[in-house]
Design a protein around this ligand. Structure first.
Ligand SMILES: [Zn+2]
Length: 429
């Protein structure tokens, strides 16, 4: 059960717990076999660069569930790097194909892709999210996962384009609708294409002329255009620009295909989490945005994960999230190539040097040298035995002691604290 850092220190001081892991910091109780636990949930906001994960205790109240955030994790992916590296590998192979080398048997028609195949850069993202969910579910009694899956949820079986809607500002539905329209109209004014200004909902056929509240009659206009148009018919306003008139009228009628809902990565994440045996509830980004505005939470990856789904209030200790960067576990390459792809130098055959791996968390006690003192950090090994610890280079391996094995991630603190100190974070849903 996640506990406050002060409580953890107390348990360790009284020898009632021992350290299980340093990053993230996990302790294991030694004086109890089974304990009563409370409801713990995990919120996930998958992003292309970074994914937010938030672990929270769920307190049921009369007005709804209140979440007490215990732990936040900002997981930075390495999709761009994988894309770059695979491009590089393809280039080396392309050179070898045309170079005057020994005969290479053709191997161009032996590729198959299973249904649900994802590009390696995208698949790594799915794997990282699954890895961290599995770890957190092992350390804490995670009952269910709240996953942000789609961008809009207009809660209509029918197409939103053909359904009459209420669009009161401030309701959850209003947020979903605004997000939908922003996406559909490209976040710009439909009449003058201006971007990055406040946009009003605009009735193409004004309500005083019998225009409906259907999404197919709504567009976005900047404040000057919206006021200039007033109640005049759109044909009159855009009489000077028949091309734009035709575009606005056709685009208004065309429904938006929700790109996020067909985003295969997100569905793959959902599938992987369900395969872990967790119950996964899926929510829309519009709801997250509504929750964030309602509870006055600053936008961050972890905050989005904490307010994803159905909640009445949010409370937290304001912990700075643990920033986790996916670094991988080294390379399969056995040579370093020069600019033309020719081998420049050979890499060692083994990754371990004197039992240390690059990425291990070590504590180095340097007795007398320029860097005399105690250093803690990620180690980069060299076969000469002269290591780099954190930013300090030239640390001899005999001074190092391993604290935690490399697990493919680098850890830093220093993300933005989740919640500014405010007490009025509870409101009726
Ligand atoms: Zn405008």
């Amino acid at each position: 059960m996640p506990c406050h850092p002060a409580r953890a220190r107390q348990l360790l001081r009284r020898h009632r717990a021992r350290v299980h892991r340093l990053a993230p910091f996990v302790i294991r109780l030694v004086d109890r076999e089974a304990t009563a636990t409370q409801r713990v949930g995990l919120g996930i906001d998958p992003g292309s660069q970074a994914t937010g994960l938030a672990l929270y205790r769920v307190e049921p109240t009369d007005i709804g569930a209140i979440r007490h955030v215990c732990f936040g994790l900002e997981l930075h992916h390495r999709s761009a790097l994988i894309h770059h590296r695979l491009g590089q590998r393809a280039a080396y192979r392309r050179r070898r194909r045309s170079a005057n080398l020994r005969h290479r048997a053709p191997r161009f028609d032996n590729r198959t892709r299973q249904p649900g195949w994802l590009a390696p850069s995208l698949f790594s993202r799915v794997q990282h999210i699954a890895t961290w969910t599995r770890r957190l579910a092992r350390w804490a009694p995670v009952g269910g996962v709240d996953l942000e899956l789609v961008r809009f949820d207009l809660q209509k079986r029918e197409s939103p384009e053909t359904t009459g809607v209420e669009y009161q500002h401030g309701t959850r539905f209003g947020f979903e609708l605004r997000e939908y329209l922003l996406q559909k109209w490209g976040r710009q004014c439909a009449y003058c294409d201006i971007e990055n200004v406040p946009l009003n909902l605009d009735h193409i056929v004004s309500r005083s002329r019998g225009g409906s509240d259907r999404v197919s009659n709504l567009t976005l206009a900047c404040v000057p255009c919206n006021q200039a148009k007033g109640r005049r018919p759109v044909e009159e306003v855009l009489a000077h620009d028949p091309k734009r008139l035709a575009r606005v009228l056709t685009q208004a009628k065309a429904p938006l295909r929700d790109a996020a809902a067909v985003n295969s990565t997100r569905w793959a994440v959902k599938g992987r989490l369900e395969a872990l045996g967790l119950s996964v509830a899926c929510w829309s980004g519009g709801r997250t945005k509504w929750n964030r505005a309602r509870l006055a939470v600053a936008k961050s990856h972890v905050a989005d994960a904490a307010v994803c789904g159905d909640l009445a209030g949010l409370e937290g200790w304001g912990p700075a999230p643990l920033v986790t960067i996916a670094t991988g576990r080294g390379t399969h390459q056995r040579t370093r190539p020069d600019a033309f792809g020719f081998p420049r130098l050979a890499l060692p055959r083994t990754k371990a040097v004197h039992g240390f791996l690059t990425g291990d968390l070590v504590c180095a006690t340097v007795p007398a040298a320029k860097q005399a003192g105690v250093l803690t950090g990620r180690v980069a090994v060299r076969s000469t035995g002269s290591f780099r610890v954190g930013t300090a280079d030239g640390i001899h391996w005999t001074h190092c002691r391993r604290l935690q094995r490399a697990d493919g991630y680098a850890y830093t603190h220093g993300g933005t604290p989740l919640l500014p100190a405010r007490k009025d974070r509870v409101s009726a849903a």
